[in-house]
Design a protein around this ligand. Sequence first.
Ligand code: AMP
Length: 192
Amino acid sequence: MHNIVIFGGPGSGKGTQSVKIADKYGLFHISTGDVLRDHIARRTDIGKVADSYISQGALIPDRLMIKILEDLLVSRKEETKHGVIFDGFPRTLPQAEELDKLVESVGAKIAAVVGLEVPDEELAARMIRRGIDSGRSDDNEQAIRHRLAVYHKQTQPLQEYYAASGRYHAIKGVGTIEEIFDSICAVIDASK
Ligand code: AMP
């Protein structure tokens, strides 16, 4: 079981690269953003709560987010047995600690964390561009500003958490999709 976390600011290309990683390495792709947007589209109780946070560019509270992830891993036990590419989770220290516990409880580990490093101005420009046809409630200027601030305050410190256990690998997240993918594959291959 080979579990990878893809890490980076909003708009850093996590989703695009995760699809390619899942395909090449046979991993199950879990995007917590996609999971939440699906709840919103289906108007579930979780979707109603998530909507108010997402549209403002704020994080869903840890307790709820961790419960959603736990339930997903239980219900997708079969699909996740060869490993998972975690995209958009963890975003806080409690989430990172919980994820380590969860994977350790099934005798596995997070083998590598791939950090896509992209300057803020580039992230903002990408999200504005994406907003033209993404239909996402959070790809607007106000939410984008907030998402970047939340990333720097709550999520970026996780680089140190993973670096302390030798699992953080910075990747230059600017370039062509294929160039970035090649750098990511080199990290994943070395973590096997
Ligand atoms: P994403 O698609 O990964 O950019 O996520 C979109 C939004 O979903 C984020 O701005 C948060 O509001 C919410 N979200 C996704 N993943 C998480 C998470 N791990 N913890 C808290 N909120 C999350």
